[in-house]
Design a protein around this ligand. Sequence first.
Ligand SMILES: [Ca+2]
Ligand SMILES: [Ca+2]
Length: 172
Amino acid sequence: MYTGGMGPGGPKKSLAAIVFGKNDKDGSGAIDSGELSALCYEMGYHLDAEQVKAALLLIDKDSNGVITLDEFEKWWKEGGEKRWRVQLDDAGVKALNMAVTHFQYFDKDQGGTISTEEFRDLYSNLCENGIIKKEDPRTRSASASFRGFDVNEDGAITLSEYIDWMHEAGYF
Ligand SMILES: [Ca+2]
Ligand SMILES: [Ca+2]
């Protein structure tokens, strides 16, 4: 197995870290949308501007607009087909953009996260739209559903947690 070692005594770098460093062209320590676009292209995936924006939203877990090494490694580790699930088709890009708008609308205080309070309205709306099904025990109430979204259990839903949930549920 290739471990990305740099020879005797050299620092051991993961393959992900090597790919990351190679693609961080401006040496900013993060991959921006332009660098992500070039990386995808090099790997044989041509993403248009909207698709790159969508992929960035899926990989950029703290939603600061760029991919850090930590975020990159998590994505890279998924490997093969799963990794490239971030390439959405037109309908997927549209659905993702709608989810972002939706999230921002229900984030009433624009704090960047959905609180349990804010989630009550969002939950009703998701039920009305058939995205959440009350018959499912995991989502039968607002509080039960909240736990499903709030993966790191810090009492608030981030944009990334919301997007991940929708992505896992197959909405885009
Ligand atoms: Ca960079
Ligand atoms: Ca980030």
